[in-house]
Design a protein around this ligand. Structure first.
Ligand SMILES: Nc1ncnc2c1ncn2[C@@H]1O[C@H](COP(=O)(O)OP(=O)(O)OP(=O)(O)O)[C@@H](O)[C@H]1O
Length: 359
């Protein structure tokens, strides 16, 4: 079990009457990539800026490496931050941008040389070290910013939407690079993004935030496969959300009456008569030809309304006879598109793949 390198304890941040962060507690483990994820305005950047020391909390404390740094200024915390706008020095070349912090510290030239070169190797910019900042691409500039932060050997690297200014293809490449750099340096990364794909690709753990609070913390797999709230289920990938009421429940399981039929959920004990939301992922729904007269639990009949290719997957939108539109998907196998628009089909799912959510 890794020890905690950063601990944010009961952090509240208010601006006048507005509460941007509401009593947040969060521990970051040594060496992990932890992502703060959430919609615009949920407080991600504020929380990161409080960890960095650019902002102070209204109440609560920040510990780094076990030391209370709540009133320690940013430059004296063992952290470095990389921003979306990398703020490099345009009048210096790549090498001197990376060397800047070490020169400020007054390190001997030989040591600066070897450490900057090691960083340029790490971010694969050796061939560009004599270029001016105006002569490199956005992706390269972000690598310079990374190298400039990492050369100080921070215990924690804070990255605030560092890829937001880059186009999609470079962003994906940079995510892979960030993972490699993380593995090679072993530095703890705290990463802010509003993009769930970025969070899923990069993170050991994701902190999903909503309106100044933490909605859920988990591995990408847990966030996708076992969301606890409606907000979390909607935020991570596509899903079918259906609201129903609990018809029956005991220690063996529950039966939930949904507008698309009954769902029998073994092993789940829910309050009889209560309203629940369930999430069924499109890939958890099996699509097959309709069978005349068949009605059974954990299945629904309908008509294919739309068929779309997404990469190697086929996505079917199926209209249930009572009006609800369900999405299901399957890998495009040898048979290609198995059901044309207008086909009568039967959708079925395993009870274990149904996730029951709270509001
Ligand atoms: N200096 C400030 N004064 C007043 N309100 C602020 C200040 N800085 C941020 N806020 C407010 O606090 C809330 C959280 O802002 P924050 O920048 O942390 O959000 P975010 O989740 O990072 O959003 P985004 O993804 O848009 O950057 C927002 O409603 C924002 O308007």
């Amino acid at each position: 079990m890794n020890k905690n390198i950063v601990e944010l304890n009961n952090i509240t941040k208010k601006w006048g009457a507005f509460t941007a962060l509401d009593n947040i507690s969060l521990s970051v483990r040594q060496g992990e990539i932890l992502t703060l994820l959430g919609p615009s305005g949920c407080g991600k950047s504020t929380l990161m800026r409080i960890a960095a020391g650019f902002e102070s909390p209204s109440t609560g404390s920040v510990l780094i490496g076990g030391k209370d740094v709540t009133s320690v200024p940013p430059e004296r915390r063992p952290v470095n931050m990389v921003f979306q706008r990398y703020a490099l020095f345009p009048h210096l070349d790549v090498f001197d941008n990376v060397a800047f912090g070490l020169r400020l510290k007054g390190l001997p030239a030989e040591r600066i040389n070897s450490e900057v070169n090691a960083m340029l190797d790490l971010v694969q910019l050796q061939d560009f070290k004599n270029r001016w900042i105006g002569e490199i691409s956005g992706g390269q500039a972000q690598r310079v910013a990374l190298a400039r932060a990492l050369v100080n050997k921070p215990q924690v690297l804070l990255l605030d939407e560092p890829l937001a200014a880059l186009d999609l293809k470079i962003r994906h490449h940079m995510l892979e690079e960030l993972k490699r750099i993380h593995t090679e340096t072993g530095t703890t990364f705290i990463y802010v993004t509003h993009d769930q794909d970025e969070a899923m690709i990069l993170s050991d753990r994701v902190v999903l935030m909503n309106k100044g609070t933490i909605e859920q913390i988990g591995t990408p797999d847990e966030m996708y496969g076992a969301p606890k709230t409606l907000f979390c289920a909607k935020f991570f990938g596509e899903t079918n959300l259906v609201t129903g009421s609990v018809r029956d429940s005991d220690s063996q399981g529950a039966v939930v009456e949904l507008p698309i039929g009954a769902a029998e959920l073994g092993g789940r004990n829910l309050r009889k008569g209560s309203t629940v939301h369930v999430s069924i992922r499109p890939e958890a729904i099996n699509i097959a030809p309709a069978v005349e007269g068949q009605t059974r639990a954990n299945s629904a009949a309908g008509q294919v309304e739309d068929v779309t290719f997404i990469g190697s997957r086929v996505v079917y939108k199926v209209r249930h006879k009572d009006g609800m539109l369900l999405k299901c998907q399957e890998p495009r196998g040898a048979a290609g598109i198995r059901f044309a628009v207008g086909s009568q089909v039967c959708l079925a799912w395993e009870p274990a793949s149904v996730v029951v959510l709270t509001d």
